[in-house]
Design a protein around this ligand. Structure first.
Ligand code: FAD
Length: 312
């Protein structure tokens, strides 16, 4: 059981993010992906949580699988929009009994329709829309900052929060967003950013935090851009720029392999810039696929350990 803040103190970390699959073929693929990416000896792996609460069980199961069977520190995400305080308190107790040491506290978004989820990956659709939104318990939370405070009172865990270097799309203004993010990050042990494709967004965000006296480590989230439609959709949702020069290169590629090579090249160049800027860690959004993430990790200085004799 490792505290991620301590890993960050020891030097830049590599981490990977996964989502609970929706079906058995997805689960089979994720098991293989986890084994492959574990060979890069990441500091930790994280597992997303459906904002509707539907991945409550699967998120916990995959966190245990990663920690107990894959042998890597695992951090669950937890969203609060669709949960009462009583429900969140129960989830915290479950994780306390599992012995977790780190959690990513999020507000969450309304769930996406299943048709817009990535093939074989993504989060489970909600069991019922609005499940847990206040009925039969104390009211739900409005923000991640409230959730983080609630967890802090009950645990001694490292609490991470989401950071949005290009601003949050639902922010009232750039200034209000920055003020909120600064306050939220100030009470967290570390943050992980939304994906972005220009290192200057990260540099500017961290210096704005610094100017406000916030020195919380901000791990940079990197999504290798291998799929134009997927990145376009997620960028629109997150309010992040999908630079035209990257999209054009991907659109001109003649095969999936060429698109993957471009995506890896873009992610590696960005990762190098971010490490030079002093990013305390790189968090790769894998979409539950191993290959691009593995190639990016290797090129950035985290090669895989050799397979044991007789394997591979
Ligand atoms: P908050 O910080 O609560 O709020 C988001 C924005 O709202 C703020 O940046 C600010 O602009 C505005 N705001 C909130 N409160 C105030 C205030 N008091 N004053 C002024 N402005 C305010 N979603 C999932 O459903 N499941 C996941 O597992 C998941 N994992 C994620 C992991 C990472 C690393 C990131 C970056 C995002 C993840 N998300 C996930 C998406 C996330 O839930 C959405 O981005 C959501 O819209 C915002 O969540 P938050 O925790 O940043 O919210």
């Amino acid at each position: 059981m490792a505290r991620i803040s301590q890993l960050l103190d020891a030097g830049p970390t590599l981490s990977f993010e996964f989502s609970a699959p929706r079906d058995e073929p997805g689960a089979e693929r994720l098991r293989t992906t986890l084994e492959t990416l574990a060979r890069h000896r990441p500091g930790f792996m994280s597992v997303t949580y459906g904002a509707g609460g539907a991945t409550r069980g699967p998120t916990r199961d995959w966190v245990r699988t990663i920690r107990d069977h894959v042998g890597v520190e695992a951090m669950p995400h937890l969203t609060c929009v669709a949960h009462t305080r009583d429900e969140v308190a129960a989830i915290i107790r479950d994780y306390q009994s599992d012995g977790i040491a780190n959690i990513l506290a999020l507000r969450g978004d309304p769930p996406l329709p299943p048709s817009s989820l990535p093939p074989g990956g993504g989060e489970l659709p909600p069991a019922s829309a609005g499940a847990g939104s206040g009925e039969g318990g104390s009211p739900a939370f409005d923000t991640a900052a409230e959730l983080a405070r609630f967890i802090r009172k009950r645990t001694d865990w490292d609490i991470a929060v989401a950071a949005h270097p290009e601003g949050h799309p639902m922010a009232a203004s750039v200034e209000a967003d920055l003020a909120h993010q600064s306050k939220k990050l100030a009470q967290a042990n570390f943050a992980i950013t939304q994906f972005f494709y220009r290192a200057e967004y990260y540099e500017q965000f961290v210096s704005q935090l610094d100017a406000r006296g916030v020195q919380t480590p901000v791990i940079a989230g990197i999504m290798p851009p291998t799929n134009v439609a997927g990145i376009e959709r997620m960028s629109a949702l997150n309010g992040t720029e999908f630079p035209a020069e990257i999209r054009d290169r991907l659109e001109q590629a003649s095969s999936q392999q060429e698109r993957r090579e471009i995506g890896v090249e873009v992610a590696v160049a960005l990762g190098r810039e971010l490490l030079e800027l002093g990013a305390p860690g790189l968090h790769i959004y894998t979409m539950n696929f191993a290959r691009a993430a593995s190639e990016v990790a290797t090129a950035l200085g985290w090669p895989p350990s050799p397979l044991p004799e007789g394997e591979g």
